[in-house]
Design a protein around this ligand. Sequence first.
Ligand SMILES: [Zn+2]
Ligand SMILES: [Zn+2]
Ligand SMILES: [Zn+2]
Length: 274
Amino acid sequence: MRVTLLGTGDTTGTPTVGCDCDTCREARERDIERSRFSVHVENERTDESLLVDFSPDFRHQFLTQEAPIPDAAIVSHIHFDHIDGLGNVYRLLDHLDVHAADEIDPTTGESVADTIRSKFDYLDRISVHDQTPFETFRTCGLDVTLVPVVHPPLLCYGLAIEDPESGAKLSISGDSTYAISEESRAVLADPDLLLAEAIVPASVCEYHPIGGDDYDEDGVPRTFGTKHMTREGAIALGDDLEAEITRLVHVAHYYPVEEAFEEPLAIDGEVYEL
Ligand SMILES: [Zn+2]
Ligand SMILES: [Zn+2]
Ligand SMILES: [Zn+2]
């Protein structure tokens, strides 16, 4: 399983358009990007590729990074930075299987799969497949399981992707706080690679109107506001899940410049062979 981090940024990306903060300036100087979130998973046994989330930067990502066009895809939730790139497949792909959760979200009155069908009804070449969380399905020769995570008010899903032949396992937290249930954690546990969202360092929580949550024994918040994990929370999640490697993704430009490009924060273009 070959995993390429196509997009490792939050919803504005780094550098952020029009921003001249030290972190965005440093990114421009060093030619580093954190475009909007997307992960490419290639099954080298079957020569198929699976895309996790449709970044609005889809075109730029596939023009600048070495990754084959996907055969199938998964959408974690319906926020702009994870779904709006789906329009890029128009007149590009002959056919694409798109998998998404089938649970009705009380906030929208429809499931993620339903929203894709209605929002992209002009895409007659995609087939949207309803998937039930915790029920493993196979696509591109890989076993995928969606699990609910915590991203109010919307339903959002993390996922585990396993190669049934080699046993290689990739887990992705999805956009989430640290308060992921034990039931979901059990599915994500013991990955070779965990991609955990870490929008800001814990030190930024004091600037959020709601502050932080899910404090550790030293009083450090592992959750930022109500929707996301802190860097400290994402690293703790990696420890909790006993991940072989943890990379932090969905990273915002609010990291101070001296911390923004430190390990284990990911940047676009990283490749992992699992
Ligand atoms: Zn900035
Ligand atoms: Zn989101
Ligand atoms: Zn997001």
